[in-house]
Design a protein around this ligand. Sequence first.
Ligand code: PMP
Length: 447
Amino acid sequence: MTKQEIILANQECLFPSVFHYYQEPLVLTRAKDQFVWDADGNQYLDFFGGILTISVGHCNPKVNAKVHAQVDQLQHVSTVFATEPQASLARKINAIAPGPGWKSFFTNSGTEANETAILAARCYTGSTEIIALRHSYHGRSALAMSLTANAAWRLGPPQAGIVYAHNAYCYRCPFGLQYPDCGLRCAWDVEELIRTTTSGRIAGLIAEPIQGVGGFITPPKEYFPIVAEIVRKYGGIFISDEVQTAWGRTGQKWWGIQHWGVTPDVITSAKGLANGLPIGLTSARPEIAGSLKGLTISTFGGNPVAAAAARAVIELIEEENLAANAAATGAYLRGRLEELQQKHSLIGDVRGMGLMQALELVEDRKSKAPAVSETLRLMEAARQERILIGKGGLFGNVIRISPPLNITTSDVDEFIARLDAAFTRIGAPPSAPSPPSSRHSPTGIRP
Ligand code: PMP
């Protein structure tokens, strides 16, 4: 098919909800390592990694060799038969899980992983009530959309039994306070939320350690320890949605939640686990895993090919020390982004951890009004500069940067030069000095 035929078939034959970045869809035809190529042969530096999914580089030869061998040996039999790839992947995850004896259930996506986690929380506790965080994204099933506290991603009616706690969005504190003087008001509020909006007996809380779609919102270190303690006090379990934050992405640790010193009860993941092959993971304490009694099956779950890819990805992350690279190269990227912030006044906030960094764009740093149209223009300009970046945030004004974990500082330098040029292209005014204090009114946000 030609490029135009591909675009036309997309328009005529796919649900219109299959949206694309950019005014004209970018048709990609091949990829290698940190690069992708479009249908016109242009090369792009990929700093979005297929939405934090290309963890070890496009078409990684070591992973793909295992995939090719597995496709030719045993492609699918379903989970009513035992296979080596699923068993060895489960064994590997058991070895790196946050606690001893953890067991895994494999599906095909982050959405399904979260469905399984909520089911397990409900079976284990006997309660149905769940707490999710505002600005969260947990998937696209009816339940997962209900767990998602972002109106743009909620196409259907919400389900009952879910309440929404304040997240630790320090840049736009929901209480108009400032860290650390705030005393972590957002975290302590969870107790009042439980006492006033639930029966007081909850099944659990689901939270992303760093909110992904929400715009890489990164809480201060005290937030999750306080929240986890409150949740457990009321009988709930702590589900860490690591769809974006696992596998070393945040630097040093396998799991994002480990940065905050919290041991979760259940972990869910997907995206980066198999470097682009579809997989969903729900891993839980053995008692919680054991509470899922009765029949449940995912036909493709634990598929030998996806499982072989996942095992290869984890091994590569270990062998090449990529979690350490994410920390070191992520710190370098962060420094370079902060330099850009000095130069371009559009950049209100720089945040994230490891190789999961974001820029929140604002019309001016005092009002913090979201720079929505400028963000769209920056996306187009970045395309022209041949870099791929992501977009997110409740207001659609956050640039998400999440390259493969095996990039180098010279990739970062190249990326920054092009991102800088993209900002210059959209004609952002030169940076005004930051106001001495970032105190602001929580109503300073334009919808
Ligand atoms: N949880 C989080 C944190 C996610 O970012 C996503 C996907 N963006 C999901 C769940 C859903 O994953 P999937 O699209 O694979 O169903």
